[in-house]
Unconditional design. Structure first.
Length: 237
């Protein structure tokens, strides 16, 4: 499976372990991430209009020192899946999604009529994060409820092929007492990024992830937490 992410640091988190975690189950995944930190749907749309080589091309969450544009990236491979997402700081506010998302999806469909388009649901900030207050929320749950509503509306209006529910998996993990955030908003280098990889695998391939044996995370993840991660993914998907 070949995946192109039109994203930012949250898709960087999601794809860092994706290829290697999938390989543990005999699943071949190749994923490229078009990276601009904090990039919003509006910025993606403007970059599309200008055909700007504004993105750092990333493989396995690492830069390649290649600058690329959206159109050329769509054209260079026969992609199976293309993902879009909103910048996390706008994710709860649907008026920031449109009309940009509709136009981006329309462009993807024109370039790649056989590819599936998925929405990557990003996640809420950690309780106590200063960014929560800056975004007008008192708790993680409040932010998640609003962003989930926005992503569901986006999926319906754009008639995409599915939603990758990363934010919902992080909610389940947090409810089980797990730490998902490394800086109150990005995913932890261990449990968070591993959970994202499993979520993407199950959402995009429908393969069971319960027996996945990947352990080569940048931060150690205990056996107990691995069990909680898999439970969270399976509960959501």
């Amino acid at each position: 499976m070949k995946i192109l992410c039109i994203g930012n640091s949250f898709s960087q988190d999601a794809t860092t372990y994706l290829r290697r975690v999938a390989a543990e189950q005999g699943i071949e995944i190749y994923a490229e991430n078009l990276y601009i930190g904090g990039c919003s749907l509006e910025q993606h749309y403007n970059n599309l209009l200008s055909d700007a080589k504004a993105y750092e091309l990333e493989l396995d969450g690492k830069g390649t020192n290649q600058k690329v544009a959206i159109a050329e990236s769509l054209e260079k491979e026969k992609w199976d899946v293309v993902t879009i997402q909103q910048a996390s700081h706008f994710s709860a506010y649907y008026d920031t999604y449109q009309p940009f998302a509709t136009e981006i999806v329309k462009f993807i469909r024109q370039k790649l009529p056989e590819a599936k388009v998925y929405v990557h649901q990003t996640w809420a900030y950690e309780d106590g994060s200063q960014r929560l207050a800056e975004n007008g929320f008192a708790t993680r749950k409040e932010m998640f409820a609003k962003l989930k509503e926005s992503y569901c509306r986006l999926a319906g209006e754009c008639a995409v092929d599915g939603v990758i529910p990363s934010g919902e998996v992080f909610e389940r993990m947090a409810e089980k007492g797990m730490k998902c955030h490394r800086d109150t908003f990005h995913a932890t280098y261990g449990a968070g990024r591993y959970a994202l990889a499993l979520t993407w695998i199950k959402a995009l391939t429908a393969n069971d992830i319960s027996e996945n044996t990947f352990t080569d995370t940048a931060e150690p993840v205990s056996a107990e937490d691995i069990t909680k991660i898999k439970q969270s993914v399976n509960e959501v998907l």
